[in-house]
Ligand binder design. Sequence first.
Ligand code: S3P
Length: 442
Amino acid sequence: MTAAGLKSGPGGALRGTVRAPGDKSISHRSMILGALASGTTTVEGLLEGDDVLATARAMRAFGARVEQEGEGRWRIEGHGGFTEPSDVIDCGNAGTGVRLIMGAAAGFAICSTFTGDASLRGRPMGRVLDPLARMGATWLGRDKGRLPLTLKGGNLRGLQYTLPMASAQVKSAVLLAGLHAEGGVEVIEPEATRDHTERMFRAFGAEVIVEDRDGVRHIRLPEGQKLTGTHVSVPGDPSSAAFPLVAGLIVPGSEVTVEGVMLNELRTGLFTTLQEMGADLVISNVRMSSGEEVGDITARHSQLKGVVVPPERAPAMIDEYPILAVAAAFADGPTVMRGIGEMRVKESDRIALTAAGLTACGVTVEEEPEGMTVVGTRGGNHPVRGGGLVHTHGDHRIAMSHLILGLAAQQGVAVDEPGMIATSFPGFADMMRGLGGDLSEA
Ligand code: S3P
């Protein structure tokens, strides 16, 4: 992919079987836990996107030996802790990378300075720094804890922390710091978020106690847990699989299968919602891989209907609302999405950019402070016009979502900054072309 824009246009049906790229959340965690552990960790199926590669470089800077052995195959030699990096750690575009690494680094009496690209430097880090400071870490950064910032850790106290927002990144940062906190830590989660850190801690030999008390999860990491290197097989990313699958649903005559998609129920809210919209989405060949359920998902072109998405489902599909909004544009009637204020502090303000992008393509969107309603046109027999130039503000998911829309609209859609797609889905354009999609440089 080049610095030029990318455009997609309406063409024939999409057909074929593809493999989902490795899960981004699990790929970051495999690098970080591998570096913190004692001994060798081997990873297969790692997502070699820019975000994860930035985390790999960071782990080298903290003293681990990190080597690529083949496509998606990596080897990490950890020595049971972090040493002080001699230079600034640049996490690129990766919120997950920087927030989890700060949590891990806080456990050690070392000083580290973090930065990132313009998007990451604009994102709130206070949500992670607040609990870390309560545990005894100190930091100095820009207003509201924005990057660049310097963190000094070590001698941490234990903490019982109730998450003020549904964020697996914040939960994970506290758990990672808790590995070296006196008395351990307990995170209380009023709304369940993705549990990959808890699962991976167990795979690396740590004890994690999870109790459900009246629907509220209490996650306790007792003091003195040690991580030992292991093998991690990274399952396919449901957040990436969403793009070819929604394309299969909205382009007439299509049938698309994505193999090896992780089916962790804290990640599959989009698939449930699409099925409620009437999508012909079939899950088959369900199996276990490295402690996660995976399956193959087939999407066939479907007439969708608008739905009200339950707000409590938001944590299980938070990254998928832009592509859901695209599916909703082709549905019969309005799709109401509420309780999604967290979307405004992702790689971009995703509510604003989804609304702007869809509006530029002739779709009616009503934006709310913590939600949006997309008025689907299919029922009124007005096809989606398309034809917009979408400003992505460097957000990979905004770019991919609108390129999918262009495959099914009357006129094609162009996006700027397509290079950012490589942060999470480097093979996106080639995969969509392989399925028959018309994607070209704009
Ligand atoms: C992630 C958690 C989510 C998600 C992000 C990945 C993770 O962020 O949006 O893409 O790997 O823990 P929040 O924890 O901020 O909701």
